[in-house]
Design a protein around this ligand. Structure first.
Ligand code: ATP
Ligand code: MG
Length: 403
């Protein structure tokens, strides 16, 4: 197959491939960018594979960066853009079901394509548009099939993460996993326990944020992969309940983790423990802890100014997006209006600060000070008092007298 007009993203990279070829080596676009070109999907980055060894690439180009030279990856800098180029390689060993013991550079494209996970990811594209398809990836693309390259059982033994990748591509592309590949997953799920949770998380997040999360989720559940994910071993029923939901419009990781926490009915402390097990970033944990109670408030139509204030604009948006999935959402414009009506949007906007309370209201630094600021903030948010220094200082003194 020959593609007549490559998408614009390839244009500036073509001279790079031409230059490698002119030096006597082979060079191709490979992996996701080829698949997405044929599917007419958005292409977010392009990967280049070459028969040239890293040292040979560095001899051809003046400006390169060793981004992962031990794996064969060198970045070529050309007109301000970086192109990651990886030498054809084979992998062997895999004693631990996750990482090859040995990576060997080779000169043959077919050896490189053979080590790739699925036929749809094992296509190569010449800079002139010619597609090299050694494993019937084009047919599988047409049939919307995810099929392991070679024997699924062997491939999942080599790298158990591929099982998660299969279900995430099912979701990302709205494809079906081919029978023997699906069987291969079912028979090898326990191997997922060998994989670092961070790597599983990346694939799980892509699954949940894909085109058709229910497709990937269905396979994630039916294969039993969920049993080897942190905190999900007993979650079959609550995960299955998600399959009945239709309005999947999740936009980011925080929203999807909020959905999982809601399904599991986790309280604040449990959210913390659960997400720590998944090794998510602390920022994400605090965001999810704001989103989950806000979703409850939206659902119960009890969204009070204090909750809106504490949740903040970003988490409020996330909460309503999650609520949409469940059919609980309120109109985005009503939510925005409620937020805009807050007299202050954050504690810095309070017309007094600690320093003023000390100098002008005679309050001593200490725990009481914090409580006073909190009470003032709440009173302002609830519209009980206006946000001006005189009112606030009077109120502060009143609170202090009352103890
Ligand atoms: P995306 O568009 O989601 O990034 P992708 O296909 O580019 O999809 P990557 O994870 O970026 O996926 O991997 C790039 C390519 O490397 C894949 O297309 C595949 O050929 C190969 N690959 C990645 N991970 C594996 C793996 N665990 N086993 C075998 N091949 C892999
Ligand atoms: Mg990619």
């Amino acid at each position: 197959m020959k593609i007549k007009q490559l998408p614009a993203i390839f244009e500036p990279a073509r001279p790079v491939l031409q230059k490698i070829e002119a030096a006597g080596y082979e060079a191709y676009f490979v992996g996701g960018c080829v698949r997405d070109t044929i599917l007419h999907d958005d292409i977010h980055d392009i990967d280049i594979a070459t028969s040239a060894y890293p040292s040979e690439i560095k001899a051809i180009f003046n400006h390169t960066v060793d981004t992962g030279i031990e794996h064969g990856t060198v970045m070529i800098l050309d007109h301000g853009t970086g192109y990651e180029t990886t030498t054809f390689r084979t992998e062997s060993g895999y004693q631990d079901y996750r990482r090859p013991d040995k990576v060997t550079f080779v000169r043959s494209l077919s050896e490189d394509l053979k080590r790739r996970d699925f036929t749809i990811n094992a296509l190569a594209l010449r800079e002139d548009g010619e597609v090299i398809d050694l494993f019937n990836g084009l047919t599988d693309l047409q049939k919307h099939l995810i099929r392991a390259v070679g024997d699924p059982n062997e491939r999942f033994h080599e790298d158990a993460l591929r099982m998660m990748r299969a279900v995430r591509f099912a979701s990302k592309l709205n494809f079906v996993i081919d029978g023997p590949t699906l069987t291969g997953i079912k028979e090898n799920v326990p191997l997922l326990a060998k994989i670092a949770v961070e790597r599983i998380r990346v694939e799980f997040e892509k699954l949940m944020l894909g085109q058709k999360p229910v497709a990937g989720l269905q396979d994630f559940i039916s294969t039993g992969l969920y049993q080897y994910c942190p905190g999900l071993a007993d979650a079959k029923d609550v995960l299955s309940a998600l399959l009945l939901l239709n309005h999947w419009e999740l936009e980011n990781e925080a929203q999807l983790w909020a959905v999982i926490c809601i399904q599991l009915q986790l309280d604040q402390g449990e959210i913390n423990n659960f997400l720590k097990k998944w090794k998510t970033a602390n920022d994400l944990i605090s965001q999810v802890k704001k989103i989950v109670p806000a979703v409850t408030a939206i659902r119960q139509r009890s969204l009070m100014p204090v909750t809106i204030f504490k949740t903040g604009a970003a988490a409020l948006h996330d909460a309503n997006q999650v609520a949409k999935l469940y059919g609980w959402a309120i109109l985005d414009k009503d939510l925005q209006a409620a937020y805009q009506q807050l007299p202050i949007k954050n504690s810095k906007e309070l017309a007094v600060d600690g320093k003023m309370l000390i100098t002008k209201a005679g309050i001593k630094p200490g725990p009481l000070m914090g409580k006073i600021i909190q009470q003032l903030t709440t009173a302002v948010i609830n519209g009980k008092i206006t946000n001006d220094p005189v009112t606030l200082l009077n109120e502060a003194q009143k609170i202090m007298k009352e103890g």
